[in-house]
Design a protein around this ligand. Structure first.
Ligand code: 13P
Ligand code: SF4
Length: 328
Protein backbone atom coordinates (compact mmCIF):
# COMPACT_ATOMS: atom_id res chain seq x y z
CA UNK A 1 0.00 0.00 0.00
CA UNK A 2 1.49 3.39 -0.91
CA UNK A 3 1.84 6.10 1.78
CA UNK A 4 -0.66 8.38 -0.09
CA UNK A 5 -3.38 5.76 -0.02
CA UNK A 6 -3.28 5.30 3.76
CA UNK A 7 -6.26 6.70 5.67
CA UNK A 8 -5.52 9.90 7.64
CA UNK A 9 -4.26 9.26 11.18
CA UNK A 10 -7.19 9.02 13.58
CA UNK A 11 -9.70 7.80 10.97
CA UNK A 12 -12.48 5.79 12.57
CA UNK A 13 -12.15 2.89 10.14
CA UNK A 14 -15.33 1.09 11.16
CA UNK A 15 -17.47 4.23 10.80
CA UNK A 16 -15.82 5.11 7.47
CA UNK A 17 -16.31 1.58 6.13
CA UNK A 18 -19.98 1.84 7.08
CA UNK A 19 -20.31 5.20 5.33
CA UNK A 20 -18.54 3.93 2.20
CA UNK A 21 -20.62 0.76 2.17
CA UNK A 22 -23.77 2.93 2.00
CA UNK A 23 -22.35 5.50 -0.45
CA UNK A 24 -21.03 2.82 -2.81
CA UNK A 25 -24.06 0.53 -2.47
CA UNK A 26 -21.59 -2.17 -1.50
CA UNK A 27 -21.98 -5.55 0.17
CA UNK A 28 -19.15 -6.88 2.31
CA UNK A 29 -18.71 -10.66 2.16
CA UNK A 30 -16.31 -12.41 4.55
CA UNK A 31 -15.07 -15.97 4.91
CA UNK A 32 -14.97 -17.64 8.33
CA UNK A 33 -11.15 -17.59 8.21
CA UNK A 34 -10.99 -13.80 8.27
CA UNK A 35 -9.94 -11.77 11.30
CA UNK A 36 -12.82 -11.28 13.78
CA UNK A 37 -13.02 -7.51 13.08
CA UNK A 38 -13.65 -8.22 9.39
CA UNK A 39 -16.20 -10.95 10.13
CA UNK A 40 -18.02 -8.56 12.47
CA UNK A 41 -18.23 -5.80 9.86
CA UNK A 42 -19.42 -8.03 7.04
CA UNK A 43 -22.97 -8.17 5.73
CA UNK A 44 -22.57 -11.94 5.28
CA UNK A 45 -20.07 -14.39 6.70
CA UNK A 46 -20.00 -17.85 5.15
CA UNK A 47 -18.25 -20.80 3.61
CA UNK A 48 -17.12 -20.86 -0.01
CA UNK A 49 -20.47 -22.12 -1.36
CA UNK A 50 -22.59 -19.68 0.63
CA UNK A 51 -20.43 -16.74 -0.39
CA UNK A 52 -20.61 -17.79 -4.06
CA UNK A 53 -24.39 -17.88 -3.77
CA UNK A 54 -24.46 -14.45 -2.11
CA UNK A 55 -22.22 -13.04 -4.84
CA UNK A 56 -24.50 -14.45 -7.54
CA UNK A 57 -27.65 -13.04 -5.92
CA UNK A 58 -26.67 -9.63 -4.63
CA UNK A 59 -28.28 -6.37 -5.83
CA UNK A 60 -25.33 -4.34 -4.56
CA UNK A 61 -23.20 -2.51 -7.12
CA UNK A 62 -19.94 -3.31 -5.36
CA UNK A 63 -18.81 -6.56 -3.72
CA UNK A 64 -15.97 -6.11 -1.21
CA UNK A 65 -14.63 -9.61 -0.69
CA UNK A 66 -12.84 -10.32 2.57
CA UNK A 67 -11.38 -13.64 1.57
CA UNK A 68 -8.79 -14.83 -0.91
CA UNK A 69 -8.37 -14.12 -4.60
CA UNK A 70 -10.07 -17.23 -5.97
CA UNK A 71 -13.17 -16.32 -3.92
CA UNK A 72 -13.25 -12.75 -5.24
CA UNK A 73 -12.72 -14.06 -8.79
CA UNK A 74 -15.62 -16.46 -8.29
CA UNK A 75 -17.77 -13.48 -7.29
CA UNK A 76 -16.74 -11.64 -10.47
CA UNK A 77 -17.37 -14.70 -12.68
CA UNK A 78 -20.90 -14.98 -11.25
CA UNK A 79 -21.61 -11.23 -11.09
CA UNK A 80 -19.72 -9.67 -14.01
CA UNK A 81 -21.59 -6.36 -13.84
CA UNK A 82 -20.52 -5.69 -10.27
CA UNK A 83 -17.31 -4.07 -9.18
CA UNK A 84 -15.48 -6.68 -7.09
CA UNK A 85 -12.68 -5.50 -4.82
CA UNK A 86 -10.28 -7.59 -2.74
CA UNK A 87 -8.54 -5.68 0.08
CA UNK A 88 -5.17 -7.29 -0.73
CA UNK A 89 -4.53 -8.70 -4.20
CA UNK A 90 -1.72 -10.89 -2.78
CA UNK A 91 -4.26 -12.90 -0.79
CA UNK A 92 -3.75 -16.12 -2.74
CA UNK A 93 -4.01 -19.79 -1.78
CA UNK A 94 -1.45 -22.62 -1.69
CA UNK A 95 -3.92 -24.91 -3.45
CA UNK A 96 -4.29 -22.47 -6.33
CA UNK A 97 -0.49 -22.10 -6.51
CA UNK A 98 -0.06 -25.88 -6.66
CA UNK A 99 -2.07 -26.16 -9.87
CA UNK A 100 -0.65 -24.09 -12.76
CA UNK A 101 -3.19 -24.04 -15.62
CA UNK A 102 -0.78 -25.34 -18.30
CA UNK A 103 0.16 -28.36 -16.19
CA UNK A 104 -3.50 -28.98 -15.40
CA UNK A 105 -4.34 -28.80 -19.12
CA UNK A 106 -1.62 -31.38 -19.88
CA UNK A 107 -2.95 -33.64 -17.09
CA UNK A 108 -6.43 -33.45 -18.59
CA UNK A 109 -5.14 -34.15 -22.08
CA UNK A 110 -3.31 -37.22 -20.77
CA UNK A 111 -6.66 -38.57 -19.45
CA UNK A 112 -9.22 -37.80 -22.17
CA UNK A 113 -11.79 -40.26 -20.80
CA UNK A 114 -11.90 -38.51 -17.40
CA UNK A 115 -14.04 -35.56 -16.42
CA UNK A 116 -12.48 -32.89 -14.19
CA UNK A 117 -14.20 -32.35 -10.86
CA UNK A 118 -12.33 -29.42 -9.36
CA UNK A 119 -12.22 -27.84 -5.93
CA UNK A 120 -13.15 -24.15 -6.01
CA UNK A 121 -9.74 -23.30 -4.49
CA UNK A 122 -8.10 -22.85 -7.90
CA UNK A 123 -7.52 -20.15 -10.51
CA UNK A 124 -10.13 -18.94 -13.00
CA UNK A 125 -8.05 -20.61 -15.76
CA UNK A 126 -8.28 -23.98 -14.02
CA UNK A 127 -12.03 -23.49 -13.51
CA UNK A 128 -12.30 -22.86 -17.25
CA UNK A 129 -10.52 -26.19 -17.89
CA UNK A 130 -12.87 -28.07 -15.54
CA UNK A 131 -16.27 -29.71 -15.93
CA UNK A 132 -17.77 -29.19 -12.48
CA UNK A 133 -16.55 -27.15 -9.51
CA UNK A 134 -17.15 -28.28 -5.95
CA UNK A 135 -16.72 -26.69 -2.55
CA UNK A 136 -16.16 -28.72 0.58
CA UNK A 137 -19.83 -28.34 1.52
CA UNK A 138 -21.10 -29.42 -1.92
CA UNK A 139 -18.52 -32.06 -2.94
CA UNK A 140 -20.37 -35.06 -1.51
CA UNK A 141 -23.76 -34.01 -2.93
CA UNK A 142 -22.21 -33.45 -6.35
CA UNK A 143 -20.03 -36.57 -6.44
CA UNK A 144 -23.00 -38.75 -5.52
CA UNK A 145 -24.74 -37.54 -8.72
CA UNK A 146 -21.89 -38.73 -10.98
CA UNK A 147 -22.26 -42.36 -12.16
CA UNK A 148 -19.77 -44.74 -10.50
CA UNK A 149 -18.33 -45.86 -13.86
CA UNK A 150 -17.43 -42.28 -14.87
CA UNK A 151 -13.67 -41.70 -14.56
CA UNK A 152 -12.77 -38.52 -12.72
CA UNK A 153 -9.76 -36.28 -12.20
CA UNK A 154 -9.98 -34.43 -8.88
CA UNK A 155 -7.80 -31.42 -8.14
CA UNK A 156 -6.10 -29.56 -6.67
CA UNK A 157 -6.56 -30.81 -3.07
CA UNK A 158 -5.35 -34.38 -2.72
CA UNK A 159 -6.59 -34.64 0.86
CA UNK A 160 -10.18 -33.64 0.04
CA UNK A 161 -10.03 -35.92 -3.03
CA UNK A 162 -8.60 -38.78 -0.97
CA UNK A 163 -11.28 -38.32 1.67
CA UNK A 164 -14.01 -38.47 -1.00
CA UNK A 165 -12.40 -41.55 -2.59
CA UNK A 166 -12.39 -43.36 0.74
CA UNK A 167 -15.91 -42.30 1.71
CA UNK A 168 -17.53 -43.10 -1.66
CA UNK A 169 -15.31 -46.00 -2.76
CA UNK A 170 -14.21 -44.04 -5.83
CA UNK A 171 -10.85 -44.05 -7.57
CA UNK A 172 -10.59 -40.45 -8.70
CA UNK A 173 -7.14 -39.49 -10.00
CA UNK A 174 -5.79 -36.90 -7.58
CA UNK A 175 -3.82 -33.75 -8.32
CA UNK A 176 -1.05 -33.53 -5.69
CA UNK A 177 -1.92 -30.15 -4.12
CA UNK A 178 -2.32 -29.40 -0.41
CA UNK A 179 -3.45 -26.54 1.81
CA UNK A 180 -0.40 -25.46 3.82
CA UNK A 181 -2.66 -24.50 6.73
CA UNK A 182 -4.42 -27.85 7.17
CA UNK A 183 -1.23 -29.76 6.35
CA UNK A 184 0.40 -28.21 9.43
CA UNK A 185 -1.73 -29.96 12.09
CA UNK A 186 0.24 -32.46 14.13
CA UNK A 187 -1.21 -35.89 14.92
CA UNK A 188 1.07 -36.28 17.94
CA UNK A 189 -0.04 -32.92 19.40
CA UNK A 190 -3.68 -33.65 18.59
CA UNK A 191 -3.51 -36.94 20.50
CA UNK A 192 -1.91 -35.13 23.46
CA UNK A 193 -4.72 -32.56 23.40
CA UNK A 194 -7.37 -35.28 23.25
CA UNK A 195 -5.78 -36.94 26.28
CA UNK A 196 -5.95 -33.62 28.16
CA UNK A 197 -9.66 -33.27 27.30
CA UNK A 198 -11.10 -36.77 27.54
CA UNK A 199 -14.36 -37.11 25.64
CA UNK A 200 -13.99 -33.84 23.72
CA UNK A 201 -14.93 -34.51 20.09
CA UNK A 202 -12.79 -33.36 17.16
CA UNK A 203 -14.23 -31.54 14.12
CA UNK A 204 -11.89 -31.48 11.11
CA UNK A 205 -11.97 -29.93 7.66
CA UNK A 206 -11.46 -32.43 4.80
CA UNK A 207 -8.42 -30.42 3.66
CA UNK A 208 -6.64 -32.06 6.64
CA UNK A 209 -4.42 -35.08 5.90
CA UNK A 210 -5.77 -38.59 6.69
CA UNK A 211 -3.77 -38.89 9.95
CA UNK A 212 -5.84 -35.95 11.32
CA UNK A 213 -9.18 -36.83 9.72
CA UNK A 214 -9.05 -40.37 11.15
CA UNK A 215 -9.30 -38.90 14.68
CA UNK A 216 -12.28 -36.67 13.81
CA UNK A 217 -15.85 -37.18 14.99
CA UNK A 218 -17.06 -34.81 12.27
CA UNK A 219 -15.39 -34.15 8.92
CA UNK A 220 -16.92 -31.26 7.03
CA UNK A 221 -16.78 -27.80 5.52
CA UNK A 222 -16.49 -24.71 7.68
CA UNK A 223 -20.30 -24.39 7.78
CA UNK A 224 -20.69 -28.07 8.69
CA UNK A 225 -18.14 -27.62 11.50
CA UNK A 226 -20.13 -24.63 12.78
CA UNK A 227 -23.33 -26.64 12.66
CA UNK A 228 -21.63 -29.43 14.62
CA UNK A 229 -20.47 -26.88 17.21
CA UNK A 230 -24.11 -26.06 17.80
CA UNK A 231 -25.26 -29.62 18.21
CA UNK A 232 -22.49 -31.73 19.80
CA UNK A 233 -23.11 -32.92 23.32
CA UNK A 234 -20.46 -31.92 25.81
CA UNK A 235 -18.77 -28.65 26.66
CA UNK A 236 -15.46 -28.76 24.75
CA UNK A 237 -14.79 -29.14 21.03
CA UNK A 238 -11.38 -29.51 19.35
CA UNK A 239 -11.41 -27.69 16.01
CA UNK A 240 -9.03 -28.80 13.24
CA UNK A 241 -9.36 -26.01 10.73
CA UNK A 242 -8.23 -22.39 10.45
CA UNK A 243 -8.75 -21.04 13.99
CA UNK A 244 -10.50 -17.76 13.09
CA UNK A 245 -13.68 -19.80 12.65
CA UNK A 246 -13.73 -20.14 16.44
CA UNK A 247 -14.84 -16.49 16.60
CA UNK A 248 -18.31 -17.45 15.30
CA UNK A 249 -18.51 -20.38 17.72
CA UNK A 250 -17.62 -18.26 20.73
CA UNK A 251 -20.16 -15.60 19.74
CA UNK A 252 -22.98 -18.08 19.27
CA UNK A 253 -22.07 -20.51 22.07
CA UNK A 254 -20.31 -18.61 24.87
CA UNK A 255 -20.99 -21.39 27.38
CA UNK A 256 -18.91 -23.92 25.42
CA UNK A 257 -15.14 -24.20 24.99
CA UNK A 258 -13.51 -24.39 21.56
CA UNK A 259 -9.86 -25.33 21.25
CA UNK A 260 -7.89 -25.03 18.01
CA UNK A 261 -6.02 -28.23 17.09
CA UNK A 262 -2.27 -27.70 17.42
CA UNK A 263 0.51 -27.64 14.88
CA UNK A 264 3.85 -29.41 15.35
CA UNK A 265 5.08 -26.89 17.93
CA UNK A 266 1.96 -27.38 20.01
CA UNK A 267 0.80 -23.86 19.16
CA UNK A 268 -2.05 -23.41 16.70
CA UNK A 269 -0.69 -20.07 15.35
CA UNK A 270 0.96 -21.99 12.51
CA UNK A 271 -2.56 -22.84 11.34
CA UNK A 272 -3.54 -19.24 10.66
CA UNK A 273 -3.94 -18.83 6.90
CA UNK A 274 -1.23 -16.35 5.89
CA UNK A 275 -3.17 -15.35 2.78
CA UNK A 276 -6.43 -14.58 4.56
CA UNK A 277 -4.40 -12.67 7.17
CA UNK A 278 -3.29 -10.13 4.55
CA UNK A 279 -6.72 -8.50 4.60
CA UNK A 280 -7.09 -5.79 7.25
CA UNK A 281 -9.64 -3.16 8.25
CA UNK A 282 -7.40 -0.48 6.77
CA UNK A 283 -7.13 -2.26 3.43
CA UNK A 284 -10.90 -2.85 3.37
CA UNK A 285 -11.40 0.87 3.93
CA UNK A 286 -9.05 1.89 1.08
CA UNK A 287 -10.56 -0.77 -1.20
CA UNK A 288 -14.03 0.71 -0.68
CA UNK A 289 -12.74 4.29 -0.95
CA UNK A 290 -10.69 3.75 -4.14
CA UNK A 291 -12.62 0.78 -5.57
CA UNK A 292 -9.22 -0.86 -5.95
CA UNK A 293 -7.66 -3.46 -6.09
CA UNK A 294 -10.34 -4.60 -8.48
CA UNK A 295 -10.88 -8.07 -9.99
CA UNK A 296 -10.97 -8.03 -13.80
CA UNK A 297 -11.40 -11.17 -15.92
CA UNK A 298 -11.24 -11.42 -19.70
CA UNK A 299 -14.78 -12.17 -20.94
CA UNK A 300 -14.03 -15.36 -22.91
CA UNK A 301 -12.20 -16.84 -19.94
CA UNK A 302 -14.99 -15.75 -17.59
CA UNK A 303 -17.64 -17.49 -19.70
CA UNK A 304 -15.62 -20.71 -19.84
CA UNK A 305 -15.11 -20.67 -16.08
CA UNK A 306 -18.76 -19.83 -15.50
CA UNK A 307 -19.96 -23.12 -17.05
CA UNK A 308 -18.27 -25.26 -14.41
CA UNK A 309 -19.41 -22.94 -11.61
CA UNK A 310 -23.02 -22.93 -12.87
CA UNK A 311 -22.93 -26.74 -12.86
CA UNK A 312 -21.84 -26.60 -9.24
CA UNK A 313 -24.65 -24.25 -8.27
CA UNK A 314 -27.23 -26.45 -10.05
CA UNK A 315 -25.92 -29.76 -8.70
CA UNK A 316 -25.45 -28.37 -5.18
CA UNK A 317 -28.94 -26.92 -5.03
CA UNK A 318 -30.05 -29.47 -2.44
CA UNK A 319 -27.06 -28.72 -0.23
CA UNK A 320 -27.94 -27.03 3.01
CA UNK A 321 -25.50 -24.18 3.48
CA UNK A 322 -25.94 -24.10 7.25
CA UNK A 323 -24.88 -20.48 7.20
CA UNK A 324 -27.32 -19.00 9.71
CA UNK A 325 -24.69 -18.96 12.40
CA UNK A 326 -22.59 -16.69 10.25
CA UNK A 327 -25.37 -14.29 9.32
CA UNK A 328 -24.76 -10.97 11.04
P1 13P B 1 -15.08 -23.91 3.06
O1 13P B 1 -15.40 -22.64 3.79
O2 13P B 1 -15.88 -24.01 1.82
O3 13P B 1 -15.18 -25.10 3.93
O4 13P B 1 -13.54 -23.79 2.55
C1 13P B 1 -12.46 -23.72 3.37
C2 13P B 1 -11.28 -23.09 2.72
O5 13P B 1 -10.21 -23.57 2.69
C3 13P B 1 -11.40 -21.80 2.14
O6 13P B 1 -10.17 -21.47 1.65
FE1 SF4 C 1 -5.98 -21.75 0.67
FE2 SF4 C 1 -5.67 -23.21 2.84
FE3 SF4 C 1 -5.74 -20.55 3.07
FE4 SF4 C 1 -7.98 -21.92 2.45
S1 SF4 C 1 -6.83 -22.02 4.35
S2 SF4 C 1 -7.22 -20.05 1.46
S3 SF4 C 1 -7.13 -23.59 1.23
S4 SF4 C 1 -4.18 -21.76 1.98
Amino acid sequence: MSIESKPPVGTDLRAEIDRLRRDRNAVILAHYYQKPELQDLADYVGDSLELSRKAAETDAEVIAFCGVKFMAETAKILSPDKIVVLPDMDAGCSLEDSCPPEQFRAFREAHPDHIALTYINCSTEVKALSDVIVTSSSAETILSQIPPEQKIIFGPDRHLGGYLNRKFGREMLLWPGVCIVHEAFSERELLKLKAQHPGAPVAAHPECPPHIVEHADLVGSTSAILQYARTFTGDTLIVATEPHIIHQMEKALPEKRFIGAPGADGNCNCNICPYMALNTLEKLYTALRDLQPRIEIEEGLRLRARRSLDRMLEMASGTIGMGDLGRV
